[in-house]
Design a protein around this ligand. Structure first.
Ligand code: M7G
Length: 327
């Protein structure tokens, strides 16, 4: 199964040396102990509350403090990789829990490097980050052209998340070594890199984002027929770059934009079709192919259409829709 392959095994001949280098570097780090530094950023982490958790997703979102600063920490167990199975079976200890006829269950204790937890830290975290990761009820909102002008736009101009991390990527001040592909053209160009939700260990949960160089496009709502070339360029070159690097063909990709996004600087999500990632549902994800076609048939499609999207109970934008009597 193509999707089960470990990243190193899935790359093309051209990109294989890079994948090997990545693996060797991480092994070296393990050998010299750098990865296991006990004085790490989370060693003094104090938990305030669990924002949400999921036994099924094997993840937990925690709010707490790192040296008096608010922080959100996300812990996620990573998928079991097919290429690690041999080592997992030979190098682990097994504790029998129960045996009955042909059935037996065990607790398997794997070697530490096969039992890692992907960890994301947001610090200092704003109140908006804390809310973003809290489990909460959602409501579907109907946003007309007028609603966007009168309610949403003024709200996002005041409230939206800082996009400094986006500028850092575009200016190569952060994550420069993670860039998979760049088209530097100021109008049609973009940077393609792994989303920070993806640990890059296996293609099953592949997740990249393409961030456009143009800085004046907030979201889907700003797109007109003028942006068709930009979108086609992202779609075409993004697909090619992903095939080159990860050997995943376009037929295995879900390429889409979020409305509403969390960050109002235009970006496109590239995820593995076989991976049911949160936010890929019809209420929030708009396939780039549909977006292009809609703009081809009506240059102002996204300026004028009524758009629907979910907002959570504690979202300030939901309160604005309520205050305006639109909910
Ligand atoms: P979105 O549609 O604005 O919001 O997507 P969402 O987070 O609700 O999906 C922004 C995307 O950028 C998300 O998939 C994030 O995981 C990703 N992302 C956010 N930050 C702060 C970073 C970052 O610093 N680096 C990278 N590589 N990805 C990020």
């Amino acid at each position: 199964m193509a999707d089960k392959r470990q990243l190193g095994g899935a790359v093309t001949a051209e990109s294989e040396p890079e994948a090997k280098r990545t693996k060797t570097e991480s092994e070296n780090r393990r050998e010299d102990g750098e990865d296991f530094d006990r004085e790490h950023v989370l060693s003094g982490f104090k938990t305030s509350s669990v924002l949400s958790d999921s036994a099924r997703e094997k993840s937990i979102f925690i709010h707490g403090k790192v040296a008096d600063q608010d922080a959100v920490v996300i812990l996620e167990k990573t998928p079991i990789r097919e290429d690690a199975l041999a080592e997992l079976f030979s190098g682990s200890t097994l504790k029998l829990e129960m045996r009955n006829d042909i059935y037996s269950t065990y607790r398997l204790q794997a070697p530490p490097h096969l039992n890692e937890i992907k960890t994301t830290v947001v610090c200092p975290a704003t109140e908006k980050h804390v809310k973003k990761y809290q489990r909460k009820e959602s409501f579907l909102v109907e946003e007309t052209e007028e609603d966007y002008k009168n309610i949403t736009l003024p709200y996002i101009q005041k409230q939206s998340f800082s996009v400094q991390w986006v500028y850092n990527i575009l200016e190569k001040k952060a994550e420069a070594e993670r860039i998979v592909y760049e088209d530097p053209d100021p109008d049609a160009g973009f940077v393609l890199l792994p989303d920070f939700k993806w640990d890059q260990n296996q293609v099953d949960d592949l997740y990249l984002i393409a961030i456009v160089h143009q800085s004046n496009i907030k979201s889907l709502r700003d797109l007109t027929s003028e942006h068709i070339l930009l979108l086609q360029n992202i779609f075409q070159k993004g697909k090619e770059a992903i095939f080159q690097r990860y050997n995943l063909p376009a037929t295995k990709l879900r390429v889409y934009l979020h409305y509403q996004p969390s960050y109002y600087h235009l970006h496109v999500h590239f995820t593995n079709l076989g991976y049911k990632v949160p936010g890929c549902g019809v209420e929030r994800a708009h396939l780039i192919t549909d977006v292009i076609q809609n703009l081809q048939s009506d240059p102002h499609y996204y300026k004028t259409r009524t758009l629907y999207f979910p907002l959570t109970a504690d979202d300030g934008l939901l309160s604005k829709f309520k205050e305006a009597g639109r909910l």
